[in-house]
Design a protein around this ligand. Structure first.
Ligand code: ZN
Length: 258
């Protein structure tokens, strides 16, 4: 039996702190440089994301970003079976990106800098041992962070992704990129599809994230049908799909050339 998943503290104080955090320790990134970019990412990550999720992306010729907490290797939780030893090498071999998500999926808003630092260093070491290149992309577990954590993690990674819903445009923050969840079943496609529509209106970078991709997904996962529906809409719109690290590299190269 798996215990109930952790959820960050709610309430007004937390809400205010999160709002202030978004305004601090920012790293400016112009994501509205005439390109319509989409990235697909998977957090934690479950085996179903590595197999079912990757297979759907690959059918379109795309690759995804897998934000990995190596402490989850060979474990089971509310997302199903988490990745196994072979999954990292398999994904790297197919050209997917492996990102960092701390070793033990810690809440970065509630842990001291020394703990966060140890978590990312240990995660990097374990990822390297599993055959992944040194990660350049990071996602905050639970989307939780502080200005101090943003500054610290920004020294290790090119981009830090949060869970604030939205599209990254002219005044984006590479230390807390916005993202859009793909969650639920086919009947819950409205949110993700509304952001596909939104991206058509002006250049930007739309980063999707989900967890498990299964017929009966957990609370933060989606069905293969829903995932496919979003891919189809992205394809029909003609957007450019890149892993997070490649999209960041494309945007910074354009900034330098401008
Ligand atoms: Zn996570």
């Amino acid at each position: 039996m798996t215990s109930a998943p952790y959820t960050p503290p709610a309430g007004l104080v937390g809400k205010l702190k999160r709002r202030l955090t978004r305004l601090q320790a920012r790293k400016a990134l112009d994501c509205a440089q005439d390109r319509f970019l989409v990235s697909f990412s998977f957090d934690d990550f479950p085996q179903s994301a590595a197999h079912t999720g990757a297979a759907i992306l690959e059918r379109y010729g795309w690759r995804g970003t897998y934000y990995t907490s190596t402490g989850f290797k060979n474990t089971d939780n509310h997302l199903g079976s988490l990745f196994s030893t072979d999954d990292i090498g398999m994904l790297v071999g197919k050209g997917h990106e492996i990102g960092c998500h701390t070793e033990n999926h810690i809440d970065c808003a509630l842990n001291a800098p020394v703990v966060i630092e140890r978590e990312v260093r240990r995660n990097q070491k374990r990822l390297r041992a599993l055959g992944a290149p040194l990660p350049r992309s990071f996602a905050y577990p639970y989307g939780e962070t502080t200005p101090q954590a943003k500054a610290l993690l920004g020294q290790h990674y090119d981009t830090l992704r949060g869970v604030q819903t939205g599209i990254n445009r002219r005044f984006a923050d590479a230390h807390q990129l916005s993202a859009v969840p793909i969650e639920g079943t086919e009947t819950q496609s409205d949110l993700a599809l509304s952001y596909v529509e939104n991206l058509k209106s002006a250049p930007g970078w739309l980063i999707f994230y989900t967890h498990d991709v299964r017929d009966t997904p957990g609370e933060w996962g989606c069905t293969p049908e829903l995932f496919e529906t979003i891919c189809k809409a992205v394809k029909a719109a003609g957007f450019e799909v890149l892993p997070v690290g490649s999209a960041f590299a494309a945007l910074t190269a354009m900034e330098k050339a401008a």
